[in-house]
Design a protein around this ligand. Structure first.
Ligand SMILES: Nc1ncnc2c1ncn2[C@@H]1O[C@H](COP(=O)(O)OP(=O)(O)OP(=O)(O)O)[C@@H](O)[C@H]1O
Ligand SMILES: Nc1ncnc2c1ncn2[C@@H]1O[C@H](COP(=O)(O)OP(=O)(O)OP(=O)(O)O)[C@@H](O)[C@H]1O
Ligand SMILES: [Mg+2]
Ligand SMILES: [Mg+2]
Lengths: 255, 255
């Protein structure tokens, strides 16, 4: 049974996509079979792995609009052990259509339960919008990872995220757990240091030990169409995302 | 007649809210009467001006759901010449409800045309989602400013933005113009410099001359609940947003 992780946060630009691609790459690197699903109309995750969203034949859109099985949609990436279901701008249409259907929030979970899934981990990149699509991802997930910048708006966004978690647990997925991940962290910045301490005090073990610092190599790897550990294997961000992968693998073993 | 500017981009975290508050503050500082409207369920613009989204009596939500006149909703801020219509998380409901109504994309424009508007400029902060709410803002606007980081995903987002502009012009607002604004720019970063040149080559006069560089003071001013020119009047970002305000005022005079 695959372990399903959603990477979501209403706050924009907090490294949701960068984390999905980098964490997925790091888990695949240690031999786990990983599937990445792109649920964002921006299709940045697809782009970051070399898929041109306008030209891809099969996207996740047809799992929602035509009930096609996921096994007809996933395809290998350039990375060993890493497969992808890309997205495109039609995901905007899925957001509008889904709420008209009964039990729409179960669509993705039903798709995952309706056939054998030959993966150990599934990571889902979510859009910066708490609508029907993100609700679907959380309903289908064991764990929600919320990438968070140590900045005022980002911390404020956690309030809406916590209320979404409560709603998902009440309606469709009582066992959903969550963890915060500090991203784009700058140790020299006083605000980042203060906000980071505030997060650890408020959320305690809800904050992952691994932390991702600012690293311009992460701006380069999407251009190369590969995860950071292929683009710059010895970079600080490769090491930090590998440490995160280990922390997540250990967390899953314990639960 | 007020000049209406939408600040929008599907890409998250590109400084839409920071630009709305800072540009609004800079235009108010030179004596123009400014109204800021928050259309994002995150309500970051409201928060950045000291309004606690959960506690505000009147928000923009009631202009959409109860047809209340805007004059019943705007209120003064701590800044001279600057008034605000705040938002709250119910804007998520507006996004779901609006498309069920005929001519829903005209709601905001109709509200602006239905009573005297005692402002010279109206700036609208949009969510990172190209749905009915953002469509409403663009239908009501003279100008769309797209804050853009000089990074790969951000530049790719312009493709969806240009197709949205075409759709708005075809459906409801043929005279909508646009301008790109480079934000969070780091002159020392090779990627930023290369992408900036690429943007100027591709978009030519579509890119504003003013450019906003990285300045940690912009992370502090929302905590203080005031625009940057009140929090740090001599900071680099205050000077750069003042230059932007002048460029926009000159642009409006010419058109
Ligand atoms: N640790 C980091 N250091 C430097 N740049 C980073 C880092 N993480 C992400 N970035 C860059 O910051 C920008 C925002 O990251 P990303 O697009 O992954 O965020 P997101 O949360 O997925 O955004 P959206 O809300 O639009 O989906 C991107 O240009 C990315 O390359
Ligand atoms: N020039 C700058 N220098 C440093 N930090 C900045 C700058 N502009 C914005 N920021 C910070 O970057 C983060 C993102 O900015 P902001 O929230 O304004 O973007 P946004 O596009 O409104 O995001 P969203 O897509 O979530 O609405 C914020 O924490 C903000 O304080
Ligand atoms: Mg993303
Ligand atoms: Mg914003």
């Amino acid at each position: 049974m695959a372990y399903v992780i959603s990477i979501a946060n209403e706050k924009g630009g907090v490294a949701k996509t960068t984390t999905t691609v980098s964490l997925g790459g790091a888990i695949a690197e240690v031999g786990q079979r990983v599937l990445l699903i792109d649920l964002d109309a921006q299709a940045n995750m697809s782009l970051a792995l070399g898929f041109e969203p306008g030209k891809v034949a099969n996207t996740i859109v047809s799992a929602f609009l035509e009930n096609r099985p996921l096994s007809a949609l996933w395809q290998p990436s350039q990375v060993e052990n890493l497969s992808v279901i890309p997205s495109n701008s039609e995901m905007g249409l899925v957001e509008r259509m889904l709420p008209t259907r009964p039990a729409y929030e179960e669509t993705l979970r039903r798709a995952l339960q309706s056939e054998p899934i030959p993966f150990d981990f599934i990571l889902i990149d979510c859009p910066p919008f708490l609508g029907a699509v993100t609700f679907n991802a959380l309903t289908a997930s064991n764990l929600l990872i919320m990438p968070t910048q140590a900045e005022y708006f980002s911390i404020y966004a956690l309030r809406n995220m916590m209320s979404l978690i409560r709603r998902v647990r009440a309606k469709s997925n009582p066992r959903l757990t969550y963890r915060l991940l500090l991203t784009m962290f700058d140790r020299r910045n006083r605000i980042h240091r203060t906000m980071n301490e505030q997060l650890h005090t408020t959320f305690e073990s809800g904050v992952l030990t691994s932390l991702i610092e600012i690293d311009t190599k992460l701006r380069e790897s999407p251009i190369a169409g590969v995860p950071i550990m292929l683009h710059a294997p010895k970079s600080r961000s490769s090491l930090q995302y590998r440490a995160l992968a280990q922390e997540i693998i250990d967390y899953v073993k314990e639960t």
